[in-house]
Design a protein. Sequence first.
Length: 465
Amino acid sequence: MTVSVFDLFSIGIGPSSSHTVGPMRAAKRFATALAESGRLTEVTRVRAELFGSLGATGHGHGSYNAVLLGLEGEDPESVDTTAGPRRAAEAMAEGKLLLAGQHRIPFDRDADLILHRRRSLPFHPNGMTFTAWTGDTELTSRTYYSIGGGFVLDDDGSGAPSIVSDPTPVPYPFRTGVELLDRCTETGLPIAGVMLANEVARRPEAEVRAGLLRIWSVMAECVRNGCATTGVLPGGLKVRRRAAELHQKLLIESAPPAADSTPLPLDPLAAMDWITLWALAVNEENASGGRVVTAPTNGAAGIIPAVLHYAVRFVPGTNDDSIIDFLLVAAALGSIYQQTASISGAEVGCQGEVGTACSMAAGALAELLGGTPEQVENAAEIGMEHHLGLTCDPVGGLVQIPCIERNAVASVKAITAARLALRGDGQHTVSLDKVIKTMMQTGADMKIKYKETARGGLAVNIVEC
Ligand code: SF4
C-alpha cells in the first residue's frame, strides 16, 4: 500500500492545508455524517472547538471561515474562493448557518466556534471536536485531527488513529526510501514508473495522466493569478504583494526561453529570479485565500510549482510526459514523509513543510534531468538535510512572513540539491530514510512555541501594527 499522488497533491484553498483545508474537510465530514444518519433536521445547535495549534493560529489561518463553510457542505476543491468568504461573513452576521447545505440553525460565532489557544488534545496538535445538540440533549460528538497536507483523521477511540491507506493492492508497495529503491532495482523502472504502476492499480492510466495534468494546470493558473494581482495581503500585517511587479520587471529584463528553444537569458542568474517569482506568486495567492494545490501543504505550496515551471521554461524537451513524471516522483518521495514521519508544521516545524516540499522537488527534478533512482534519492536527501531544525514561527499567525520568501529560497535550494546529486554517482553517507528520521526526532525535541503557534521566533520579534 502507498499513499496516492492525488492524496499528496489536492486542489484546495489558502492559506493553510492543516488550518484551512483540513478543518473545512472535517466540518463537512461531520455535517455529512449527520445528514446520512437521518437526524439532521433534529439538530438545533452545533459547536466546533479547535485545539492546540489550530486554536493558537486558526484566526490568522482562516479556520473560522473554513469550519463554517465546511459545516454548510462546502469542499476545499470546489468552494468559490471569492464568494466563500462573503458567505461566511454573511452567516456570521445573521447568526445562522445552513447545516450540510440543507438545515438552517442558529450559529453564534463566539459560543459555537471556539478557539482554545492553550489547550491541546493528546494525539496531535491540530485537534477539532464537533458536537451537535437537539435542545439540551447531545446528539453526537466527533473529534478529528488535521495532520498536515489537508489529511484528516477521525478519532476512532483508540487515542492514536493512523492514516488508512487505500486498501487496493498495488504491484510495487513501498514505505521507505530503501524500499522504493528496491522496487526500482527489482523492476528496472525509474521512480516515476514505480509510482505510475501503483496509481494504475487504482484507476485507469488515462485518468491518472489527465488528473496530473489538471493538477499542473491549477498550479500554472495559480502562478498566473499571482503574477497579475497587486495590492496588500489580508490579515493586518500590510504585507505588499510583490510577484506582479517582479513579473513586469523580469519580462523587460530577461524573458525565459520557450520550452522548445534554448537561448540564454542575458543575466546568467536570471533563472533564479524567475524561480523566485513563481514561488512568490503561488504563496501570495495562498496567503490571500486563493485556489492552490497543496504540495504537500499550503504553506509550502510554491516550491513544487516553481521548480516545475523552471523545468518547463528552462529545461529543453520538457513536455506533458515530463510534467506527469515529475509529479509522480515528487509524490513518491512525499509519501515516504507522510507514512514514516510528518508533514505538519504544528507537529515538526517548518522542516516538515518547506523541507519536505524542497526534498520532493529536488528528487523530481533530478529524475527529470536524467538521474538514476539513487541520484534521485540523494537529491531528496540533500533537499531535507539543509532544512533540519527549521522552525515554524509565522508572524501574526499568518502564512506570510517568513513563509512566502521561504518558498522562494527553498525552490532555488531544490534545484541546487538536484544538480549536486547529479554530479555524483548516487553513493552518499546520509540516506533519505535517516534524514527523515532525524527530521522527525528534531521536530519532537522542538519546543512547542516553534511549531505553528506564533508564540516564538520571528512571530514575537516583529511588532504588528
Ligand atoms: S513557517 Fe513554514 S510551516 Fe510555518 S506556516 Fe510558514 S510555511 Fe507553514
